[in-house]
Design a binder for this molecule. Sequence first.
Ligand SMILES: [Zn+2]
Ligand SMILES: [Zn+2]
Length: 343
Amino acid sequence: MEDLAVPTPAGLCCPAGGFYIDPVRPVDKALITHAHSDHAQPGHGAVLATRETLDLMRLRCGEGCAGTMQAVGYGETVDVNGVTVTFRPAGHVLGSAQICIERNGRRVVASGDYKNVADPTCAPFEPIACDLFITEATFGLPVFRHGDPTGEIAKLLQSVALFPERAHLVGVYALGKAQRVVALLRAAGYTRPIYLHGALAGLTRYYVARGIDLGDLRLARDAAKSELAGAIVLCPPAAVKELWSRRFPDPVTSFASGWMRVRARARQRQIDLPLVISDHADWDGLTATIAATAASEVWVTHGEEDALVHWCQQRGLKARPLRIVGYGDEEEGAEPQDGEVTA
Ligand SMILES: [Zn+2]
Ligand SMILES: [Zn+2]
């Protein structure tokens, strides 16, 4: 298996194919699972990814963010130096993929970030049978059970009904969570305009351009104060408490994240209305997925590695933590810190 996958300080390397998957340092050839910045760093010589991931990388890092870019569709097979490569939906954000690499009858799947939960803004996750499964573990502790996001959206709508004169400021990550929260609100029958912080506008426009219907969206900065009474306003998590939020009439502060399962974290961030909505698999999702791959060996990376390694070993699977430094520095993959950039 060492010729197919080896953990290195630059990230997961496939020596036989001469490429890395989601490298955390610039490399000659990178296969990229999705456009969150801890996975999709600029500066690689050549990048292979889905069309959406490449477009989102250009939007976030500029046209010159890689030497060359090659798009691959879900399910399409590409030969890279004799290694067969296939991208399959990961259900995490638009364009997100698991990367399946095969040679000599051995198959390795690198999950990237994933969730095995319905999301109207991206293609659904597919478990893939493999010999070695390399899984993320952002929420890899049994305490993390995300529950049903529609129940969380119902809580938000109840609060809007209860406080029709107050703006509801919902902290969301710019790529994926913002668009999913809008889609969940629309699915719940909410048809009024939804207001966006400017930092969310470009990525959201891209989702709409790719055919995801998000209804009436407006920029918060263009709205009169009176218009924002009782409105739902989405913004980057840190903006909820910044000067920016002061323009809103008596705001209710909210934050949509898997981290909101931990009450102390919501309190610490002074969030009135924590919403447990995550774009990562929870403990049950991680363990069910590992079982579904029928892999005999599991490598765990990106988050709470040890509990999941232990869970695998108890079931007789070979398992190890990868301890690659650099994942989870952005988006929901890391607990957001105060003062993070909000643009
Ligand atoms: Zn991600
Ligand atoms: Zn990540």
